[in-house]
Design a protein around this ligand. Structure first.
Ligand code: KG4
Ligand code: ZN
Length: 415
């Protein structure tokens, strides 16, 4: 190994092609993300075939860009890390094949990373960067990840996942690393998917989360009372893998029903409310003007901009929807932390960028005397720095993949 501990991370599981160079899991030297939003926006969601094609186009320039931004060449690297799943099969294939070829050509070890573990490491990377900066004058040596002895609860909440994990130090490995136990998850849609679908109903852009987030600030969160029914783990589903996209990365197993999420019903409730109150045609015709070809649509910054996009009634509905989703994420995350004795909660994934979510989790944690941490906004959504950071402990432990590695759309994290 060179003295630097440089890992190139590659991420292509969904609609972002990303590459980053991270030193010893603690210092980001570069992070390049090529977003495909413009390609998928007109379809209101990710089109898998288009995603694969865009990854093929972007992968070489993105990796070159990450090396150039880091000021290094391929010869300076110590390992190549790649997202092996979960994600879209064709999209994963592009990153995995490219990483394998690069590792083979350079004679470098290859490290397979679970995308969900990557999201958790986004927060840990931020913490290590902050620690490293404060230690910089005193420590000349390498920064080593140091899992604390206490258990941490992680909520991974994005367009594809809504999973609760208990994160604890791994046993039986030489160098410190973490292991993960799945303690809760959605039984159908992911929370980000609900944001995207509600935004689509109203004719807003894709991804919908940033639009809902921006609009909700100007509405009354208590105007429409949404409720979540208590999930019951049906006996016949025990141990089986549900068919929905968000739920299939983890079998139902013996999870506590109190820690299960369900977000497919709230989208239907929003649709019903729009139809009952005859709000949809108006919202869609206003949105159609905003998203007309050539018009540059940006989420509203002021109340005037919000009301140009939709009526106050729709803004109130959007605020109530977001309030209900965030409330449900909070209720189950804090219940899990309490029942499992976790003193810290990590919230990560695209939905962790949401302003109301950050504010309410922070306030609730303060009340309960718990710590809560989120990644910076650029590390909340998909990126490759989190993949390179998650690979570092595996690199130290010599956990390498071989050339038979292939992408696994349903790759499971933990048990
Ligand atoms: O982590 P991510 O980039 O990709 C997946 O792994 O899915 O998450 C994307 C998701 C989308 O559903 C998007 O609407 C949501 O994160 N999102 C947000 C916000 N920013 C992104 N949801 C709510 N509020 C936001 N500010
Ligand atoms: Zn993600």
């Amino acid at each position: 190994m060179s003295t630097r501990g440089l890992i190139l991370g590659i991420e292509s599981s969904c609609d972002e092609t990303a590459a980053a160079v991270v030193e010893r899991g603690a210092r980001t030297l570069s992070s390049v993300v090529a977003s495909q939003i413009a390609t998928h926006a007109r379809y209101g969601g990710v089109v898998p075939e288009l995603a694969s094609r865009e990854h093929l186009r972007a992968i070489v320039p993105v990796v070159r860009g990450a090396l150039a931004q880091a000021g290094i060449t391929l010869g300076d690297l110590d390992a190549i890390a790649v997202t092996a799943g979960p994600g879209l099969a064709g999209a994963l294939l592009v990153g995995v094949t490219y990483a394998k070829a690069l590792a083979f050509a350079q004679g470098l070890p290859l490290i397979a990373v679970n995308h969900l573990e990557g999201h958790i490491h986004a927060v840990l990377l931020n913490e290590r960067e902050a620690e490293r900066q404060s230690d910089e004058d005193t420590t000349a040596g390498p920064t080593t990840p140091n899992p604390s002895d206490e258990a941490v609860l992680a909520l991974v909440v994005s367009g594809g996942h809504t999973h609760l994990y208990l994160v604890h130090p791994a046993r039986g490995v030489q160098e410190p690393n973490w292991s993960y136990s799945l303690v809760g998850r959605t039984v159908d849609d992911a929370a980000g998917e609900a944001f995207d679908k509600v935004a689509k109903l109203l004719g807003f852009g894709y991804p919908g989360g940033p639009w809902i987030d921006a609009l909700a600030r100007f509405g009354d969160p208590n105007s429409v009372p949404f409720s979540f029914s208590q999930i019951k783990t049906k006996v016949h589903l025990r141990g089986k893998t549900p068919r929905t996209k968000a739920a299939k990365t983890a079998p139902i197993a013996e999870l506590n029903p109190r820690l299960m999420f369900s977000f497919s019903g709230i989208k239907t409730a929003v649709l019903r409310y729009l139809e009952l109150n005859n709000l949809r045609p108006e919202a869609q015709s206003r949105a159609a003007r905003l998203f007309a070809p050539g018009a540059e649509a940006k989420p509203p910054q002021t109340k005037e901009e919000a009301l140009a996009l939709c009526s106050q009634e729709v803004v109130d509905l959007v605020a109530s929807f977001q309030h209900a989703v965030v409330g449900d994420l909070m209720k189950k995350s804090f219940a899990a932390a309490e029942s499992l004795g976790a003193q810290q909660i990590l919230v990560t994934g695209g939905v962790a960028a949401n302003r109301e979510l950050r504010a309410r989790f922070t306030a609730e944690a303060l009340c309960r005397g718990l710590r809560v941490a989120f990644p910076t906004l650029s590390l909340s959504t998909d990126n490759a720095a989190m993949i390179a950071a998650a690979a570092w402990p595996r690199f130290l432990n010599g956990e390498f993949a071989d050339q038979s590695l292939s992408g696994d759309p349903s790759l499971v994290l933990g048990r």
